[in-house]
Design a protein around this ligand. Structure first.
Ligand SMILES: Cc1cc2nc3c(=O)[nH]c(=O)nc-3n(C[C@H](O)[C@H](O)[C@H](O)COP(=O)(O)OP(=O)(O)OC[C@H]3O[C@@H](n4cnc5c(N)ncnc54)[C@H](O)[C@@H]3O)c2cc1C
Length: 311
């Protein structure tokens, strides 16, 4: 029996698990290591921000999915790998021997590359963190304490979608409040990787909705409630959302031959279950009247960092 350990329950491993469920591979033992029992489906995130979906409707239930794939679920974050000894280390102290390990722990926000942004901006990734902060903003909006000036850094699909979704939601939650929205992008137009028709339509939509565009401008640093732009000028904002693409994660998983086993590997055969139905849905809750929109194809980027792309 070979053990395949999957690190991270994001989009890529969700599909891996689904396929193991539909086409089981004999002689393979699966283990998923994930700090969360569910996984946000980012394609539906703007719909959740706008209030069209509940949290459960746009989250994939990893517990159900692992049962379907006959996979053991280890709820923890991996914090180290010893590739020579073939061991995965988890934050809860457990150690997992493996034959093959697959690392899919996602991306980080490039916010860390701009001074002040890690302290004063809200990055879109990790999505789990964004979700909890946005939840809090919505609660404040209901109490009449919503941030009034919102700025988004990043003019790619994520930035544009998120801005429009946030605007829609805040206006619903606080119809009498006045909000201002700014979008900054170092590209000469929004949605720079999309075709001219898409760019024209969305530029018009943003203008109609009163969004101030700052195109061809780079955020040089972020202070509390202020974006400072290269070449002069600044934008004041109570909430600064960072959607400037994706970078490789750093120091999230250490790979080191000197890491030693700390605790016996977990072994809980009862957490493994036989395959469920042949065509299951793994969303925590089915969307009320709407089907989740289809996963839109994106042009693959040659680099992991794209200032105008999604994170
Ligand atoms: C607002 C928004 C909208 C988007 N819409 C689309 C779209 O419509 N179409 C499209 O193609 N793409 C879209 N994307 C991009 C898409 O989200 C990413 O391309 C995709 O999530 C990448 O998948 P992944 O499996 O590499 O990582 P992720 O899906 O990010 O998964 C990584 C997982 O690893 C887990 N993890 C992190 N650290 C550890 C650790 N140490 N140990 C264990 N687990 C860990 C995290 O909890 C997370 O669940 C969108 C992105 C955003 C932000």
């Amino acid at each position: 029996m070979k053990r395949l350990v999957l690190l991270g329950g994001g989009h890529s491993h969700v599909e891996v698990l689904r396929r193991f469920g539909t086409e089981p591979l004999t002689g393979t033992e699966l283990v998923l290591v994930s700090p969360y029992p569910d996984s946000p489906y980012s394609g539906m995130l703007p719909g959740w921000i706008a209030g069209h979906y509940t949290r459960d409707e746009c989250h994939i239930d990893l517990m159900r999915l692992t049962r379907f794939a006959n996979c053991r679920f280890a709820r923890s974050a991996c914090n180290g790998i010893n590739p020579e000894a073939r061991l995965v280390f988890c934050e809860d102290g457990t150690t997992l021997p493996y034959d093959v390990v697959s690392v899919d722990t996602g991306t980080r926000s490039p916010a860390f590359d701009t001074p002040g942004a890690p302290e004063h901006a809200l990055p879109v990734k990790p999505v789990e963190h964004f979700i909890s902060v946005w939840d809090e903003i919505c609660k404040r909006a209901v109490r009449g304490q919503a941030p009034r000036r919102i700025a988004v850094a990043g003019g790619g699909a994520a930035g544009v979608e998120m801005l429009l979704a946030m605007q829609y939601r805040l206006r619903k939650l606080a119809p009498l409040a006045e909000f201002s929205f700014d979008l900054v992008s170092d590209t000469g137009s929004i949605l720079a990787t999309h075709n001219i028709k898409v760019r024209t339509i969305f530029t018009r939509v943003l203008e109609q909705r009163g969004v101030t565009l700052h195109l061809g401008r780079t955020v040089e640093r972020v202070d509390r409630c202020r974006l400072r732009l290269r070449g002069g000028g600044s934008i004041e904002a109570d909430t600064i959302v960072w959607a400037t693409g994706a970078s490789a994660p750093f120091r999230r998983v250490r790979t080191c031959a000197s890491l030693r086993r700390r605790k016996p590997s977990i072994s809980n055969p009862r957490s493994r279950a036989s395959s469920a139905s042949a065509r299951p849905s793994f969303f925590r809750k089915a969307s009320r009247s709407k089907q989740p929109r289809r996963w839109r194809q994106q042009t693959p980027s040659p680099s992991t960092r794209s200032p105008a792309g999604k994170s």
